[in-house]
Design a binder for this molecule. Structure first.
Ligand SMILES: [Zn+2]
Length: 398
């Protein structure tokens, strides 16, 4: 029987600074369901299902990249096949547990649907799935990026999903659930993985730092947690980088530089100059930020972020609880928000957003950003429609 190539286990950032160095995502890969972070509800449901033996024969895990789909899929496999189970806390030492961890279980077969999309690939799987598990309770197929299967491959799979032999389980994972046919979905138990909260990631990263004997500035970890955008894998890869860069102490300044962030004071005063229509000063501040290593596209993203934050501040300070901002930065943002109206901010947002598209197409992002700054400083003083109507009314009255 053909053995399917297991998925690459190594995370995206496999650049190890020294031989034998294990990237954090691998070193701290959860080995029980309880160790999975940021998916509490899903994990609780899964645990109860496994304990009560009420799990179906097919699952589909969906969520953005790096939230733990493949990890959870493997943990389901371990939970179902552990010799002491099925149990939500697989023992980790029996032959089934160890063979799954070491990627050599004959009964847990991982398939990357991105590279095996054809109906023939699926037929092979279906043919092989008729035979009972070699040495475990279940034969479990983990199909990653299942939405990549062709239409005929899905159709071939459907029959098996409708009447699966009792020894067979499927765990599907996908980032694009809307591309999976409803006929397939209706035969699976669906689990939606959430983006992992910034706070959850931050406290997880702090635990890892402690375990790695690395000290850190609070802001440094907050910045990494935020930049991860809800993905544990992306966050861990950034933390790896930060550790490589900073050694046994990670500072916020290092992380900012690593992420291509500009210094916050510089950004706020640049925004101020732009909104005051002070073109020369805005350009000077911008060039200063480049000299410090700011990336034009990142800088524009930060201006957009700041504009969004100011919008929210206008609505309610409660909307802005950004873990990556210091108290002083929060205060400065608040002051800035007080001087600006929502219509002005909205206009700035529109100009920046349009500029963002232009910048991506421009042969020189730096020049595109400077032109955008000039445009902003010249457009900003124009009264908003709201102001025009107000004045118009006053004129009519006088
Ligand atoms: Zn076990």
């Amino acid at each position: 029987m053909e053995q399917y190539a297991p998925l690459a286990l190594t995370p995206q950032s496999s650049s190890s600074p020294s031989e034998g160095y294990l990237v954090l995502a691998r070193k701290y890969r959860p080995v029980t369901l309880s160790q999975v972070i940021g998916q509490d509800f899903l994990i609780e449901t899964l645990k109860r299902g496994i304990e009560g033996g009420r799990l179906g024969h097919a699952f589909i895990l969906t969520g953005i990249r790096g939230t733990g789909k493949t990890t959870i899929a493997r943990l389901i496999a371990r939970s179902l096949n552990c010799e002491k189970g099925p149990t939500p806390d697989p023992c980790g030492v029996c032959s089934s547990c160890t063979s799954i961890t070491q990627d050599r279980s004959l009964d847990v077969i991982e398939i990357d649907a991105a590279s095996r999309t054809s109906v023939d690939d699926i037929r092979e799987i279906i043919d092989a799935s008729r035979y009972k598990a070699a040495s475990s309770r279940y034969k479990i197929y983990i199909v990653d990026e299942v939405h990549m299967l062709s239409k005929s491959a899905f159709n071939a799979l459907l029959k098996t999903l409708e009447e699966p032999p009792p020894h067979l389980k499927f765990v599907f994972a996908t980032t694009e659930i809307h591309k999976v046919p409803t006929t397939i979905l209706s035969r699976c138990v669906r689990f939606d993985l959430k983006r992992i909260e910034v706070e959850t990631l931050a406290s997880y990263f702090k635990t890892l730092c402690a375990q790695e004997n690395v000290t850190f500035e609070e802001d440094a970890i907050a910045l990494i947690a935020r930049a991860a955008e809800g993905s544990a894998r992306d966050g861990l890869s950034l933390l790896d980088q930060a550790m490589t860069y900073g050694g046994d102490h990670i500072t916020a300044a290092q992380v900012r530089q690593m992420l291509g962030f500009s210094n916050r004071d510089g950004l706020l005063s640049l925004f101020h100059a732009l909104l005051e229509g002070d073109c020369l000063s805005a350009l000077e501040k911008m060039r200063e930020l480049y000299r410090e290593g700011a990336d034009p596209q990142r800088l524009l993203e930060e201006l957009l972020e700041l504009t969004h934050r100011l919008h929210c501040l206008k609505v309610s300070p409660d909307l802005v609880k950004d873990a990556a901002l210091t108290a002083e930065e929060q205060e400065k943002s608040k002051e800035l928000a007080d001087t600006l109206s929502i219509p002005t901010l909205t206009r700035v947002w529109q100009i920046l957003l349009k500029g963002f598209e232009e910048l991506k197409r421009s042969p020189s992002p730096q020049r595109a950003l400077e032109i955008l700054a000039i445009r902003l400083t010249h457009v900003a003083p124009v009264p908003s429609l709201h102001d025009l109507f107000e004045n118009g009314d006053e004129k009519k009255k006088s």
